[in-house]
Design a protein around this ligand. Structure first.
Ligand SMILES: [Zn+2]
Length: 506
């Protein structure tokens, strides 16, 4: 199923959300190829042969940009209940273990499809492949996003230290036979990861406006210093991004002090990893010095408030981050932890959690703040803010058409406010990416959704069967993992990001 894009298109009759000007007004949009060339009042002049796109009764907004997700997580939605981050990591061997290139493709297709249905046109995806990333796996993920039409930065998620060795004291806290089981779990070496990534960066097969490569050393405690230095050098050599989960849980922050004698951010700074192409995902447990390190390095932050609540990790200091003028974008995180790819929900949650960390409403994140974080802010995290994230001349025509007939917008009081506070993605009618309608009237033009549903269902069933023994083993161990990691959470840390009287933090 392919669609040819006319040279010129003009979108007429819509109501345009302009995040930069903080306005909503009727406007027409002229597009040449994949790029917006002019935005103007209704009746905008257009070449005679321009195809007309009728946007009457539509609210037009820039495609949302997801600053942090995991493509492989799309098959794991709804699996966790009362999972902390550490319980999720304990469960990860059975959630989606055994993935090959075809499985990676199916999962990425599903993730991309959900994002389009929910108005998102670009994402930073830390996808996972075991035991190391491969050209086949990364090509499969990139091709899946290209097939749906979603732009992506693909960062293979990697570790050279297994979870049970990454958390100080955890291995010793596990009784037999659990300790014996996990002692056998081995991660690939940093040399193996770096060699695989080097080969991928050398042979990247995609147009970098559509899919670009990056590196994803997953968590500081899970990556040796040599590995982090290697990622730093490789990213510099190839001028690509690095995304890493940074101080996501209090347990990690406390463990960082035990392991390094300093904060996780200070550790990364000392290793030279922080820089303009570095993104810290979550960044909940950063203190003021850490935030200044991020600012001074020109690094960016991906804020995932839905996942942070779901896993009980805490609330990231978004207002402080913005006040320091650190680049900030909103993300959903993977569906194993959040459990959907709904950027409307992520923006709303970002606004709402900011209300309970400071008493003065003037410091809360408002409608326009979070709209910016979900569009141009997140585009900055992807390193694409010069060509996506806004509807303006010179920017790619990545445009979402919301149906004003949807009950979300009835009555239409304040369109921008209702996008943040009312919309649940049910008003998404059509989605254009690079001038191409990839979703039209809630139907994909690029994807066989029924076929994808069948493949995803079959794959999830296969994972359940193949990983059933691993699941039993991991679930038997969960209480010991949780007990040890909860102990870390109850230790003192010098910033407070949870509302937790039991640890003296309110
Ligand atoms: Zn993540």
């Amino acid at each position: 199923m392919t669609q040819t894009t006319p040279t010129y298109q003009v979108i007429r009759g819509g109501l345009l959300l302009n995040v930069q000007e903080r306005s909503v007004a009727p406007a027409d949009i002229l597009i040449k190829g994949d790029t917006v060339i002019e935005v103007g009042p209704p009746g905008l002049k257009a070449p005679e042969d321009a195809a007309n796109v009728d946007a009457s009764d539509r609210l037009i907004m820039p495609g949302l940009v997801n600053a942090h997700t995991h493509g492989h997580g799309s098959l794991g939605k709804g699996l966790g209940d009362r999972w902390s981050l550490e319980l999720l990591l304990n469960a990860s061997p059975w959630i989606g273990g055994g993935s090959g290139a075809e499985d990676i493709r199916t999962a990425a297709l599903l993730n991309a499809a959900e994002m389009v249905l929910k108005g998102c046109t670009a994402a930073y995806d830390m996808y996972f492949e075991f035991p190391t990333p491969s050209i086949d796996g990364m090509t499969a993920a990139g091709a899946a996003y290209a097939e749906v039409g979603v732009r992506v930065v693909l960062a293979p998620m990697m570790a050279d230290t297994p979870f049970y060795r990454a958390i100080p004291g955890l291995l010793d806290a596990l009784p037999e036979p659990h300790r014996g089981h996990v002692e056998k779990i081995a991660a690939a070496t940093h040399e193996e990861h770096l060699a695989a990534c080097g080969a991928m960066l050398e042979n990247w097969p995609f147009d970098r406006d559509q899919a670009r490569p990056a590196l994803g050393p997953t968590i500081p405690l899970h990556c040796s210093d040599d590995f982090i230095r290697g990622c730093r050098d490789l990213a510099n050599d190839y001028q690509v991004g690095v995304q890493m989960h940074l101080a996501e849980s209090k347990g990690q922050a406390v463990a960082g002090i035990k392991r390094y004698g300093k904060t996780l951010t200070a550790h990364l700074d000392e290793l030279g990893l922080l820089g303009p192409r570095f993104t810290g995902a979550h960044c909940i447990w950063l203190d003021e010095d850490d935030l200044k390190r991020m600012r001074d390095a020109g690094a960016t932050i991906a804020h995932n408030p839905g996942s942070n609540l779901r896993l009980g990790c805490g609330i990231a200091p978004a207002r402080q981050i913005l006040d320091l003028e650190i680049g900030l974008g909103v993300g959903t995180d993977g569906s194993v932890s959040s459990d959907n790819q709904n950027m409307f929900e992520a923006m709303r949650t970002a606004a709402n959690v900011s209300h309970i960390v400071t008493p003065d409403p003037a410091d809360w994140l408002g409608t326009w703040d979070v709209l910016e974080l979900g569009t141009s802010g997140a585009a900055g995290v992807l390193g694409m803010s010069d060509h996506i994230g806004r509807i303006a001349p010179g920017f790619k025509a990545d445009i979402v058409f919301l149906d004003l007939d949807n009950v979300t917008f009835v009555p239409l009081n304040d369109a921008a406010n209702q996008i943040v506070n009312c919309e649940d993605s049910s008003a998404v009618d059509s989605v254009m990416i690079g001038g191409r309608m990839v979703l039209s009237g809630r139907k994909f033009t690029t994807l066989d959704y029924a076929g994808l549903r069948a493949r995803a269902g079959a794959l999830a069933q296969r994972f359940r069967e193949v990983n059933s023994g691993t699941r039993v083993r991991m679930e038997a161990m969960a209480e010991f993992v949780s007990h040890h990691c909860t102990g870390l959470v109850c230790e003192h840390y010098h910033v407070q990001r949870r509302l937790d009287p039991s640890t003296g933090e309110v």
